[in-house]
Design a binder for this molecule. Structure first.
Ligand code: BG6
Length: 507
């Protein structure tokens, strides 16, 4: 291990993603002692910046992470015998450097290669390079074409992490995938160079789905259309697009979170048991269940766009600079899909996602069928809930006898809230987990090309109709408005109820 050096090259280093997610994740992994012993981080961007200026830009993102680790009085503090100084930020800083270059320039790639070889890798027998493309996808192909082979390590692995959006529909996604595959290796068996991030796959409770499903025989019999009435996957944010409107308007909520994050959760709920925990066994099962999902029907979709809050204080979507006054972009959607196999035939999988709603929350809610017989009168349904955020938890809504002399039954929860049950100070951010997986060459939580293709196949016809691209007898889809901070358009509740969801009480 000491013979080995690893370089992390973060492209787009002065952008938002790098500042808010990539660097804080690397820093946190460093504080946890999880990064390889010998490593260098290169922030790569087009802007001419001194290292000090670059570091200053990163600092707000790092300080949150740093405050946690420093407050805990950690290793480096004890080493120095001083309780008020934490060396983590300084030690991390020493490992970082800034490189100004164009994306896709062979000269700059060669310059980077020389710097790495001469300055950082020379004394090591092995040298690995991870390229983190925190860039718009239009720049992916040019960037990798320059780095491979000009800045490719000849004595270790080379891996490239890419971030969505991977295209805006099936044809554009296929085009992007083939451009990348023309340069990078992506094999089902053996080493892969492409790591496509969906950060929901790095979230604690999303990772937990497999363990819950396949580690407990208790859930096996109920996990099908025999007992499940419907499955709801919900994503809510209590903030609007806040200055990101120019970008968001070209994307919309369906492409932003449903075609990727929510569909990944659905897949993990619905897939069959993989043959093993190996990357390809898991991804094979995911692709298999995706292939059994029919394209979403336009009549199974309700769209919304938020307007100014009811008290008039919070601006609406169209007030966001960069959003056209006649924008038809959905910031909210509820849609229903079906899986055509023995296990799930007839069970509606309902997805709901929206910005500017009443709370921030993401969860999977599996609602079971009514209790037959009516021994205790009409009871609300059992629900098995996986709360992804906030307050990560798994709970089951069940009935029990009211304690005491009463003979009544009442609804309660079997509740496994992570922060109550386990001694954890902090759960790692999804990006930490995924970067670490990439260092270890573990692909199971990254999205394979065929998986991405199936995801787009399910969503593309409906998206084309909404965008007015479908032609023919395509029905235009109404965009309902909803005030900032509300539950979304009432038509959404109507759709969900139509598909058999019964509201229960409690949380
Ligand atoms: C991103 C979307 O992929 O996920 C954002 O582009 C969204 O619009 C974000 O806010 C949500 O992620 P998280 O981890 O905050 O739930």
């Amino acid at each position: 291990e000491s013979e080995e050096h690893t370089t992390f090259v973060v492209l787009g280093a002065s952008g938002d993603l790098a500042k808010k997610k990539t660097f804080p994740a690397l820093f946190s992994l460093f504080c946890e002692g999880r990064l390889p012993r010998n490593f260098t981080i290169v922030g790569y961007a087009r802007t001419e910046l001194s290292f000090d200026d670059f570091w200053e830009r990163l600092s707000p993102g790092l300080s949150k992470v740093g405050a946690f680790f420093c407050d805990k009085g950690t290793l480096s503090v004890r080493l120095r015998g001083m309780s008020h100084i934490c060396l983590f930020p300084d030690k991390f800083r020493e490992r970082c450097t800034y490189f100004c270059g164009q994306y896709g320039s062979p000269d700059d790639a060669a310059r980077l290669d020389k710097l790495l070889q001469d300055k950082h890798e020379a004394k090591f027998a092995r040298a690995n390079r991870m390229y983190y493309l925190a860039l718009p996808p239009t720049q992916f192909a040019d960037a990798v074409r320059a780095f491979k082979p000009l800045a490719w390590s000849q004595k270790g692995w080379n891996r490239v992490i890419v971030e969505k959006p991977f295209g805006h529909d099936l044809p554009s996604s296929d085009k992007l995938a083939s451009e990348l595959m023309a340069v990078l290796e992506e094999k089902e068996v053996g080493p892969t160079q492409t790591y496509r991030i969906d950060h929901y796959l790095g979230k604690e409770m999303v990772l937990n789905l497999m363990a819950l499903r396949f580690g407990n025989v208790a859930f096996t019999p109920i996990w099908s259309n025999h007992y499940v009435a419907n499955v709801r996957i919900t994503f809510k944010e209590d903030i609007g697009t806040e200055g990101r409107g120019g970008y968001f308007d070209k994307v919309g909520i369906i492409r932003d979170v449903m075609q990727n994050h929510l569909l990944q959760m659905l897949t993990l709920v619905a897939m069959e048991r993989p043959a093993s925990l190996l990357d390809e066994d898991i991804r094979d099962e995911k692709v298999k269940v995706l292939k059994q999902i029919a394209p979403i029907k336009t009549e199974h979709v309700v769209l919304g766009q938020y307007t100014r809050s009811e008290d008039g204080k919070t601006p609406g979507y169209k007030d966001d600079p960069g959003v056209p006054a006649d924008s038809q972009c959905p910031t909210f959607a509820t849609l229903v899909m079906f899986i055509n196999n023995e296990r799930w035939a007839g069970v509606p999988f309902i997805m709901k996602a929206g910005k500017a709603l009443e709370e921030r929350m993401a969860e999977v809610r599996i609602q079971l069928k009514d209790v037959p017989g009516g021994l205790f009168g009409e009871l609300a349904r059992n629900e098995f809930v996986i709360k992804v955020q906030p307050n990560e938890a798994v709970y089951m809504k069940i009935y029990g006898k009211q304690p005491g002399l009463s003979n009544e039954v009442e609804q309660t929860e079997l509740d496994l809230s992570l922060h109550d049950r386990f001694d954890i100070d902090r759960l790692p951010d999804a990006y930490e987990r995924l970067i670490l997986d990439c260092v270890n060459g573990d692909k199971r939580n990254f999205v394979r090309t065929d998986e991405l293709r199936e995801a787009w196949r399910i969503f593309t016809p409906m998206l084309h109709t909404i965008d007015g691209l479908a032609g023919g007898d395509a029905m235009p889809v109404t965009i309902h408005t909803y005030p900032f901070g509300s539950r979304g358009p009432p038509d959404s509740d109507a759709l969900v109820q139509h598909f058999g969801y019964k509201r229960t009480t409690g949380y």
